[in-house]
Design a binder for this molecule. Structure first.
Ligand SMILES: [Fe+2]
Ligand SMILES: [Fe+2]
Length: 295
């Protein structure tokens, strides 16, 4: 292998464990303190809307991005949200926490050299899956499905980790994918003995995010073996397979992933509902990606 990156070499030899890789990533990319301070304020019975708004205002860049996101097609709040105070008082703490999380994760991975990965394409894939997962969950009438877009958005975060920490291996795997036609996930397993799904799930757990986020990320290629959050993993799996098959952006999986019929049954949707969700995603994805990428 041409790369001299020691992690790449270890990965190619199958000697880099999942947890070691995630710890390496955490040295480089982590969630900002403000996310954890916000978590503390949310559970503190003495905190007020003002104290939460004050905390958020201490990071003007984050505030600007949050407001842009809050006013994007992703949320469709009934009125325009002009200020952080207004956001905190009108959209609810869970949504605020999710907004901060999404904004912070995107910000955290912005430093990846663009030669290594097409970020616009990566986020296009992720946003399309996020919107579709939420629509699928909602059309199945699953309570809480409006929150599916968070794990949907982060489902392939492990791929960004791979582009960042194992760039040589990624080049090798992508070439192999193109010459052999074998699915990327399978190639990852063959070499690393784990996949990007395991990496993403492990990193999000390491960052102490809720299980409702890390479990479906870890299980999005294998929803039937998921635990408590099987329905979320199932909805993301369906959305991911559809988006890959229809080439709406890419995170590295080129060959069509088939929708597992078991996943349709598990989630309780038919192909008509999937296509309807896909239409919503197609309408909204480009505009949301522009908000994400900051232009
Ligand atoms: Fe994936
Ligand atoms: Fe994906």
């Amino acid at each position: 292998m041409a790369s001299v990156n020691p992690l790449d070499v270890a990965a190619a030899q199958g000697t880099i464990g999942l947890h070691l890789l995630v710890e390496e990533v955490d040295k480089l990319v982590s969630l900002p303190d403000i996310y954890y301070r916000l978590e503390e304020l949310i559970v503190d019975p003495n905190s007020t809307t003002d104290s939460i708004a004050d905390l958020l205002r201490s990071d003007p860049d984050l505030c600007a991005r949050m407001l842009r996101m809050a006013n994007s097609a992703f949320y469709s709040f009934p009125t325009r949200i002009e200020s952080i105070e207004r956001a905190v008082s009108t959209i609810g703490l869970r949504q605020i926490r999710e907004l901060v999380l999404v904004t912070a994760v995107i910000q955290a991975f912005e430093g990846i050299p663009s030669a290594k990965v097409n970020m616009a394409s990566f986020w296009e894939h992720s946003v399309a899956v996020a919107i579709m997962s939420r629509e699928i969950g909602q059309s199945a009438g699953i309570p809480g499905a409006q929150h599916y877009y968070i794990p949907g958005l982060l489902h392939d975060l492990g791929r960004l980790v791979m582009y960042l920490k194992l760039p040589g291996l990624m080049i090798e795997l992508l070439e192999k994918r193109d010459t052999s036609g074998i699915a990327m996930e399978q190639l990852e397993h063959e070499i690393l003995s784990y996949s990007h799904a395991d990496i993403g799930g492990c990193l999000l757990e390491f960052w102490k995010l809720p299980q409702s986020i890390w479990e479906p990320v870890a299980m999005h290629h294998n929803p039937a073996n998921s635990g408590e959050f099987m329905l979320t993993a199932g909805a993301i799996h369906i959305a991911d397979a559809w988006v890959n098959a229809n080439h709406s952006g890419s995170s590295g999986s080129r060959f069509d992933l088939e929708i597992d019929p078991e996943a349709l049954e598990l989630v309780g949707v038919d192909m008509e509902a999937v296509e309807k969700a896909a239409r919503v995603a197609a309408e909204q994805t480009q505009a949301v990606v522009r908000q994400f990428m900051g232009h």
